[in-house]
Design a protein around this ligand. Sequence first.
Ligand code: ATP
Length: 238
Amino acid sequence: GARPELLGVGALVAGYGAEPVLHGIDLQVGQGEVVALLGANGAGKSTLMKALAGLHRPVQGGIHLDGRELRHLDAEQVVRQGVVLVPEGRQVFPELSVLDNIRLGAFLQPQDREARIEAQLRRFPRLRERLHQRAGLLSGGEQQMLAIARALMSRPRILLLDEPSLGLAPKVIAELFAALDGLRREGMTLLLVDQMAGLALALADRAYVMEGGRIVAQGSAAEIAADGSLAQAYLGEG
Ligand code: ATP
């Protein structure tokens, strides 16, 4: 059954110079839905995620959250509206402690901060064990969990995850996807880019496949997973 639309992207064009990288992207994410965004390297997935997060101003097209236009907002205003990106490469503050990194996530949403920190530490017990260590000393998987915990502190209505499994060991990736599944069961809306197409599709309700800055396929996660030609052409690992 169709869920009410939370995020809507229409005819979005964006790029870095004269040449657009995104050639008119149409995409919807329903309330509480998990959507996977797949495609080969260079397809434009990160560019789209940055545009949605207000880090990269689109040239044309619309980005709506609950019908409200976000396209002209800056990154901080976009976070205030509830669209929060966990960027590729985690980007925690390495010199700060785990706790201070989490606290920074509440910068725009300071109410009930301590209780919400506690909730994140229950979600990611490894972070509690390392609460006063410098974030730069954490393993890659722990840094990814910290980046997600920090993002959740800003009370997202939709969480954008760009390549969360990048560079992590299989066991850690399994742990990460279990945490994402926990978020899904809590009703969090997720838009997920990940090279681990098989895992992303197992988590997702629906998926889009990008190639050359365009959406070339979309469907239920099961339909996309079952399409052998897509798997070969775009999805790489399964
Ligand atoms: P990857 O998984 O490799 O990050 P992607 O699907 O996320 O791939 P993008 O990173 O969005 O793709 O890149 C899309 C295109 O935009 C590529 O051709 C890339 O070279 C180009 N591009 C990305 N970032 C920049 C930038 N800062 N300046 C100029 N061109 C860029």
